[in-house]
Design a protein around this ligand. Structure first.
Ligand SMILES: [Zn+2]
Length: 181
């Protein structure tokens, strides 16, 4: 079985940027996919928070690519937290097909709960890199994604800097206390 690398952490930690860096450092044929519901980007392009643009195939499930993976040596998956739990079976299948997988995803949602199947994906992975952002209040290492907008309880609200900020554990705790959560 080929290896599964996970890049995770909070929002604005540079997960997509690190994913793209790793993919491009392979001289092998790679494919990058992302979930179809992500409407933050236009069409089949990923634009990272740091401004890098790269082509990515939008798929409903990873199984959507099963018939086009011949010749693909490395598969990149961005925003993996948005796939449903079928992703676990699909990942196992792809690893058995001798494809190396580098997966980036948000570990926890804005309420500090594990996002999608990220907990289970981390369990079956070979390596986990937890990236940190910089806390917008005190510049310590940020590990939490705080949602600034109060008009939606939907875990799937797609985020940018208008709706979310990265906070350290201390500032996050302080802030949710003020919010009365
Ligand atoms: Zn802080």
């Amino acid at each position: 079985m080929k290896e599964l690398q996970v890049i995770t952490g909070c929002m604005f930690a540079g997960k997509s940027t690190e994913l793209i860096r790793r993919l491009e450092s392979h001289n092998e044929n790679f494919l990058l996919v992302k979930p179809k519901l992500d409407n933050r980007d236009k069409g089949d392009i990923i634009v990272t928070h740091s401004g890098i643009k790269i082509k990515a195939k939008r798929v409903r499930d990873l199984s959507d690519i099963f018939d086009i993976i011949e010749g693909v040596k490395v598969l990149g998956i961005d925003e993996a937290q948005f796939f449903d739990n079928k992703i676990l079976d699909d990942l196992m299948y792809l690893r058995k097909c001798n494809i190396k997988i580098i997966l980036a995803g948000l570990e926890k949602d804005y309420l500090d709960n594990f996002f999608g199947s990220m907990k289970e994906i981390i369990k079956i992975s070979d390596s986990v890199t937890r990236l940190k952002a910089s806390c917008t209040r005190c510049t310590n290492s940020a590990t939490h994604s705080y949602r600034k907008t109060k008009d939606s309880n939907n875990q799937f609200l797609i985020g940018d800097k208008n709706s979310y900020e990265a906070l350290c554990a201390e500032c996050y705790q302080k802030t949710i206390k003020i919010d009365g959560k």
